[in-house]
Design a protein around this ligand. Structure first.
Ligand code: GLU
Length: 414
């Protein structure tokens, strides 16, 4: 895999937008500096009775538009640079879909697959305690991210509530329904990807998006597949960490999910042929959805890609050089901060429901989320056209412009 420093990449994207918007250097500096980063030591009693100290982070990038918002990831490769970059991307993501939040992100360096349920819970609760001073419904609202789920969100909500002497569901989103989670939160990212693909297809006058390729068949990939199928799409190739498969006549998403549940992989699904990752990414198709890892679409792959639309369900699947190649080749890339914003859109709606103690149905939530995403897509598209840039730069110009508007209204104190 290509190694790219995510923080440098994030700063470069900000620089590009700053040039177009002609931002004052001091303000540019403010936007390029996280407001606060907390580094915490997390001692945990392991099942063998020994103490192990883990490191956790919470980066709060910017809160001009509202409280910080963003997930918490558990991964052995978590670094402070990565958490900083992800917190900056959250600032832009929230601004694009116009939800009143700033950006934040957290992470713990750990291998969750090697922790027992008890160890993971003790680690989670210790982390919640350690960051409790900087989070809160009006300060910073975490959410799930890589290898964290509703289980961890419930534990964090519990610690915070116990510490504050009252149940406080609005401190975190992505919770189970029984403690104030929202309908549609589990399908949110995939559903948002599907809405973006539909809008992109409309823009380029593509009537049918019949042939869809999905790299990664986790939460985002499977729900994107299901909803696109419902919208008339046909999934022809998918992959997971064990390999890639293709059936040009179409794969039945529900059946592939069932097969993967039973066998632990999509590979071997009846009627499909096994192919390589490169073959998957370069399969002739209408829509390619990278929903797996970072840096998958390198310049070499970008030259060979044969699709009309790429929808980045994953964070950072396209390298910056590959972006330029795709733009020149006329391939529309729906950038991650727009394509996968469904998650944070529904997180916003979950937070609103928690604050008002009044809950909406699945359809109500999905409809409100659709409005945010469709508007975000159109605003991005129009700005990209105006400045003759790709959608990634267009989305950055939109996001940075919106954050600047808030800054200009609030001013600097003292
Ligand atoms: N972790 C998700 C993201 O990166 C969701 C964040 C949230 O809901 O706050 O967009």
């Amino acid at each position: 895999m290509v190694k790219i420093d995510p923080w440098k990449n994030a700063l470069k994207q900000l620089d590009d937008a700053a040039k177009i918007l002609k931002i004052d250097p001091g303000v540019h500096d403010m936007l390029g500096t996280p407001k606060k980063i907390l580094i915490v030591a997390l001692p945990v009693k392991m099942d063998n009775g020994k103490i192990k100290v883990f490191t956790g982070y919470r980066s709060q990038h910017n809160d001009f538009r509202g409280p910080h918002k963003g997930g918490i990831r558990y991964h052995p490769d978590v670094t402070i640079e990565e958490v900083k970059a992800l917190s900056m991307w959250m600032t832009w993501k929230c601004a694009i879909v116009d939800v009143p939040f700033g950006g934040g992100k957290g992470g713990i360096i750990c291998d969750p697959k090697k922790l027992s349920a008890g160890e993971k819970e003790r680690l989670t609760r210790r982390y919640a305690y350690a960051i409790s001073e900087i989070i809160g419904p009006g300060k910073d609202i975490p959410a799930p991210d890589v290898y964290t789920t509703g289980t961890e969100m419930a534990q964090i909500m519990d610690v915070y509530s116990v510490m504050h002497g009252q149940g406080e569901p609005a401190v975190i989103t992505g919770k189970p329904l029984s403690i104030g989670g929202s309908q549609a939160r589990n399908v949110a990212t995939g559903l948002g990807v599907a809405y973006c693909v539909r809008e992109a297809a409309r823009k380029i006058g593509m009537k049918h998006y019949e042939n869809i390729v999905i790299q990664g068949f986790g939460n985002a990939g499977t729900f994107a597949a299901e909803y696109l199928e419902k919208m008339g799409g046909r999934i022809i190739a998918v992959s997971d960490s064990k390999g890639s498969i293709i059936n040009p006549k179409g794969l039945d998403t529900k059946k592939v999910i069932e097969y993967k549940k039973k066998k632990g992989t999509v590979v071997g699904y009846p009627g499909s042929k096994k192919i390589t990752t490169e073959q998957l990414l370069t399969t002739p198709c209408d829509v390619l959805i990278p929903a797996a890892l970072e840096n998958q679409i390198t310049p070499e792959i970008a030259k060979k890609i044969k699709c009309k639309i790429i929808a980045e369900a994953a964070n950072g699947p396209t390298t910056p050089e590959a972006d330029d190649i795709l733009f020149k080749r006329g391939i529309m890339v729906i950038p991650d901060i727009l394509a996968n914003s469904g998650g944070v859109c529904i997180s916003y709606l979950e937070w609103v429901q928690n604050l008002q103690r009044y809950y909406w149905t699945f359809d109500e939530v999905a409809k409100k989320m659709e409005e945010h995403i469709v508007r975000g897509f159109n605003d991005t598209y129009n700005l990209a056209k105006k400045h003759k840039v790709d959608l990634r730069k267009g989305s950055m110009v939109l996001a940075v412009g919106r954050v600047l508007d808030s800054f200009n209204a609030r001013g600097l104190w003292p």
